[in-house]
Write a protein that binds this ligand. Structure first.
Ligand code: AMP
Ligand code: ZN
Length: 500
């Protein structure tokens, strides 16, 4: 097979053919940093992460760009409420957002651009749109995009434009489909709502240069960001389905009017994360941040929660909506524990094996080969299936069923002492390669000696305390270990520690 993906633009599944083989350009709309991200937002970035990692895994050279929407209605409103400068305010939440991404194993975009650094780029684009009659100046000093001038308006979002009234205008960043309207490229300064947040651009209108105080509209930000870092065309534009209209539709109108070329060859839209079957949204008040989830699951190590949430996203097709519940998260965390158990068992198995077949001593069950034909065939089967699933519109749900089949194969092979030293290591290699996409395996569990020094010291102290029958001290150390997410298990002739 070859890679196929569902393109929102054509509403069909198409074979992926990048514009240039040597660089696949992928853009996804970044966050609006006016608060902590909720896990619905984070699902959108998990989706982008799976797609980008899959493309790289399949051999494509990918370059990624993400903006940070630091100038918008909400950041301006809430920065003033919190009595911080817009920059201070948005830098804080953008930083928290990037930390959340890292916790979930989401790789950061190669270029991350706050929109406030792109005012000159936006000015240039607005001037050009104005010169070519796509834009006009309103009485209040705002500049609007005239949607009736763009022939293909509505194509991406599949809108019926037959009854369009071109003179309707809207200056909100977000609006509904039934409000198709001319939208703001530049919003005139309003001292009441904008406070100290004002930018000035020079625009030449009918031969006269004017200074316009105000701020950019949301949509022009992404058009300018793409143009600055990628040029005229990109391969894939991603985002949540809620961004299809008006945001992405307006990006197309701006960029294609500006360049005269198709903007993005493929558009990929992710489904929503729901709570009680409703879209998780800050405005609906039905949201959890990653911090909320960790607090609510206080008996589970945060690191397991992060991997559990990542697994939940992998186990739901990216275009489908899915309902978040704590039971489902708990089930995903248990699945992660199962994968961790397999990893530990494999680590112990490898540690017990001699280095090479020649050194093999009386362990009758080991076969006299380094890598058997059957093993090679199995490995090939697992790899090929995994690749096939990803090539089928990034079907991570089915790819994960292959991972679980593999887990069963590894566990039973360990039970039967089936794998030779080289084979056991090649199982690890396969998982390392898959992990470039799924990012949920913990390879540190392979190494039994990888016990952190502070944990080992605590365990030894606790053992001494117990030997001295100092139960209070032993309990104190047990709690300290638990606060670091480790537990000590007593064994007949000593002890061992395990991650909780
Ligand atoms: P925002 O910070 O509001 O600009 O949103 C950032 C990203 O999160 C966008 O790609 C949205 O489409 C996406 N998004 C917002 N809410 C949800 C949700 N409930 N489920 C999935 N993605 C969402
Ligand atoms: Zn965007």
């Amino acid at each position: 097979m070859s890679l196929h993906l569902y393109n929102t633009l054509t509403r069909t599944t198409e074979r992926f053919k990048p514009i240039r083989q040597d660089e696949v350009k992928v853009y996804y709309c970044g966050p609006t940093p006016y608060n902590y991200a909720h896990i619905g937002n984070l699902r959108a970035y998990l989706n982008s992460d799976f797609v980008v990692r899959s493309l790289r895994f399949l051999g494509y050279k990918v370059k990624t760009v993400m903006n940070i929407t630091d100038i918008d209605d909400k950041t301006i409103r809430d920065s003033q409420k919190s009595r911080k400068t817009l920059q201070e305010f948005t830098e804080f939440y953008a930083g928290e957002f990037l930390t959340d991404l890292s916790k979930l194993g989401i790789r950061h975009a190669d270029t991350i651009a706050p929109i406030s650094t792109l005012i000159t780029d936006m000015r240039k684009m607005i001037q050009w749109l104005f010169d070519k009659w796509y834009a006009y100046l309103a009485e209040d000093g705002s500049i609007y995009y005239s949607v009736s001038k763009f022939r293909k308006y509505g194509e991406l979002a599949h809108l019926d434009m037959s009854g369009m009234i071109s003179s309707v205008r809207i200056n909100n960043d977000e609006y509904d489909k039934d409000q198709v309207a001319d939208f703001a490229l530049w919003k005139a300064y309003d001292s009441e709502s904008d406070g100290p947040n004002k930018w000035t651009i020079e625009i030449t209108l009918d031969g006269k240069t004017q200074k316009l105080d105000g701020r950019p509209g949301w949509h022009i930000e992404c058009s300018a960001c793409n143009y600055r870092f990628f040029g005229e065309q990109i391969d894939i534009h991603m985002g949540g389905i809620d961004n299809l209209f008006p945001h992405h539709q307006n990006e197309v109108a701006q960029t294609e009017a500006y360049t005269g070329k198709q903007f993005s060859k493929y558009w990929m839209h992710g489904g929503h994360l729901l709570v009680d079957n409703k879209k998780m949204a800050k405005s609906a008040g039905n949201f959890y941040t990653l911090r909320d989830v960790v607090e609510k699951q206080s008996d589970t190590a945060p690191e397991l929660i992060y991997r559990g949430f990542r697994l939940m996203a992998l186990q739901n097709q990216y275009r489908e909506n899915f309902n978040f519940t704590f039971e489902r998260l708990g089930a995903a965390v248990n699945t992660i524990r199962g994968l961790d158990e397999m990893m530990k068992r494999l680590g112990r198995y490898i540690a017990k094996l001699p280095e090479t077949s020649e050194e093999r001593t009386g362990r009758g069950k080991l076969k006299f080969h380094e890598i058997s034909r059957e093993f090679r065939d199995n490995q090939q089967y697992f790899m090929q299936e995994f690749v096939d699933k990803l090539e089928d519109d990034f079907d991570t749900v089915s790819a994960m069923t292959i991972v679980f089949e593999f887990q069963g194969y590894v566990n039973s092979g360990i039970d039967e002492e089936l794998f030779s030293p080289l084979e056991a290591r090649s199982l690890v290699d396969l998982m390392r390669s898959w992990n470039e996409v799924i990012g949920i395996f913990d390879f540190s569990l392979l190494e039994s000696e990888s016990l952190p020094a502070d944990i080992q010291a605590l365990a030894l102290d606790r053992y001494d305390a117990k030997m001295a029958k100092n139960w209070a001290e032993a309990d104190r150390i047990r709690d300290e270990l638990a606060s670091k997410w480790w537990k000590m298990i007593d064994e007949k002739n000593g002890w061992r520690v395990e991650k909780i």
